[in-house]
Design a protein around this ligand. Structure first.
Ligand code: NAP
Length: 492
């Protein structure tokens, strides 16, 4: 067993896992709080999380650039209203460089197990290569959408051509003049389908549930606005705040008054009608569930792409995959040269496949047997000194996840300060506090748009929403600002 000493100046007090927005944001704030005693473990060869992994054509964020960045590491040089993947990845790299994070990061360090030792009050973290890191505090920045989900389709292993998940795009494969199948019509597919439809010979899109798609008000950020952002004191902060409130209003529709969304449904129908003249295709892409129940997508080129002569939208369920075809339930063999799985992520598995072993040898998997749950999406009873960034019920359908991540970072810093002040070695949220918090969440979730009958990755196998925050984000910010010591057990 080896204590962390080589990658950081002093022995590790904190282990962070992951270098996406969550892990990097945590690391920057720790540094600014004067702490250098942390190490960041990253499974890949580069930093960036989602924005390193997702390199599919057209990959971008559907939250405006000005909001989709750290408030404490502002970027005033965005080129577009909505940031693209290369720009976001560059921003994260630059943030790491400016904050001198590289000497804390250990690449090629995929965590397989983290085990809490009650006597030592410390976490022992093992990587795939067999290294062990020990520290009193463990922070997961592993994200909820980092492990691809593949559908269980008979014959898929025997497909002869190239096939890959959208989040692991293989740019070595040239789709020019090829017959390409795309399975799935979620947030990823709507971004790359229009891009590849331009040069593939035929694109067969297998749609199980049509998404609701609204227009995207995108474009380059003009030189005047850029100048204002760069040189007028307070302008960038004011512009960011205005955007925040504009998006935050949507929480009302999602969580309190879902009927408001009926107006937006009309807008989406007009959006389809403008791009697709064929009534049969229009009918095929029309959603039959309430807007907002699944993630609302934004795109100007998705419907025009579906209307192209070389694109087919297949709504029959897939029965099996053969060496060179996808066979649907109606018996049709769709001949294809390549398959892209745009089938989402294993969001309901939490941070599996990492094995987290808490007090008394109980694993997180066991604790979550009946569904994921945490206190404020960050602490889990029985897992002392362990923090989850983007934990259960911290996801959003209406505003920037960076805001939620920053709120959670505030909470972690408050907890660490309180630990020091009380001269405690560990702290653990009381199970009753966690249960009461989740009972209240469940009551709030009952009235939301996400419970109106559709199937989505927001819900677990029992139909419980374990992923989204059912309230305003400023309410989450307020609740994560400080620690209420009586809600925790403190170990001397
Ligand atoms: P997703 O939204 O979960 O979509 C997966 C798609 O695959 C769905 O259309 C699903 O159909 C389909 N599917 C799954 N299994 C299938 C099967 N056996 N046969 C046919 N279709 C199948 O995944 P995603 O597009 O990767 O997006 C995941 C999340 O990542 C998003 O909700 C969003 O939070 C995030 N994301 C964000 C952005 C952004 O711009 N910020 C961009 C991309 C992704 P059903 O709907 O019927 O299940």
């Amino acid at each position: 067993m080896r204590q962390v000493t080589s990658a950081v100046a002093t022995p590790a007090g904190i282990i962070i896992v992951g270098t996406g927005f969550a892990g990097l944001g945590m690391a920057i704030r720790l540094k600014r709080a004067g702490r250098e005693d942390f190490v960041v473990l990253e499974r890949a060869h580069d930093l960036g999380g989602t924005w390193r992994d997702n390199v599919y054509p057209g990959c971008a964020c559907d939250i405006p650039s000005e909001l989709y960045s750290f408030s404490f590491e502002r970027n005033v040089r965005w080129s577009r209203v909505y940031p693209t993947q290369p720009e976001l990845h560059a921003y994260l790299r630059e943030s790491a460089r400016k904050n001198d994070l590289h000497r804390h990061i250990r690449f090629h360090s995929e965590v397989t197990e983290a085990r809490y030792d009650e006597r030592a009050a410390s976490w022992s973290v093992t990587t795939r290569t067999g290294e062990t890191f020990v520290a009193p505090v463990l922070i997961s920045g592993m994200g909820a959408l980092s492990n691809p989900a593949f559908p269980d389709l008979p014959g898929s292993a025997g497909f002869a051509g190239p096939s890959f998940h959208a989040s692991r795009w293989d740019h070595a494969v040239d789709f020019t003049g090829k017959r390409v199948a795309v399975i799935g019509t979620g947030a990823s597919a709507v971004q790359f389908v229009p891009e590849i439809a331009k040069f593939v010979e035929r694109l067969t899109l297998f749609q199980r549930t049509p998404p609701w798609v609204l227009p995207k008000f995108d474009g380059p950020i003009g030189s005047r606005k850029r100048r204002l952002l760069r040189s007028v004191p307070g302008y960038a902060a004011a512009s960011r705040a205005a955007l925040y409130w504009l998006l935050e209003i949507r929480a009302l529709a999602f969580t309190r008054a879902p009927d408001i969304l009926k107006y937006a449904e009309g807008l989406a129908r007009a959006h389809v009608a403008k791009a697709i003249v064929d009534p049969a295709l229009r009918a095929r892409v029309a959603p039959h569930y309430r807007m907002g129940c699944k993630r609302v997508l934004i795109s100007n080129d998705y419907y025009p792409a579906l209307a192209r002569e070389n694109v087919d939208v297949v709504t029959q369920a897939i029965e099996r995959i053969e060496t060179s075809a996808i066979v649907t339930r109606d018996g049709v063999r769709h001949l294809v040269d390549a398959i892209v799985y745009a089938t989402g992520f294993r969001a309901q598995d939490g941070i599996a496949p990492v094995r987290i072993v808490g007090s008394g040898g109980r694993t997180l998997e066991q604790a979550w047997r009946d569904g994921m749950s945490a206190y404020l999406g960050t602490s889990v009873a029985g897992f002392p000194n362990f923090f989850l960034l983007i934990g259960p019920n911290t996801g959003l359908g209406h505003n920037s996840m960076i805001y939620m991540i920053e709120s959670q970072i505030n909470y972690v810093l408050a907890a660490l300060r309180t630990l020091r002040r009380r001269r405690a070695r560990a702290f653990d949220v009381r199970p009753g506090v966690q249960a009461a918090f989740n009972a209240k969440l469940a009551r709030k979730l009952a009235g939301t748009i996400w419970q109106t009958g559709c199937k989505s990755w927001y819900l677990d196998r029992n139909g419980h929403n374990t992923t989204l925050w059912p309230d305003f984000t400023f309410e989450f910010r307020r609740r994560t600002k400080r620690i209420h010591p009586r809600r925790y057990v403190w170990f001397a």
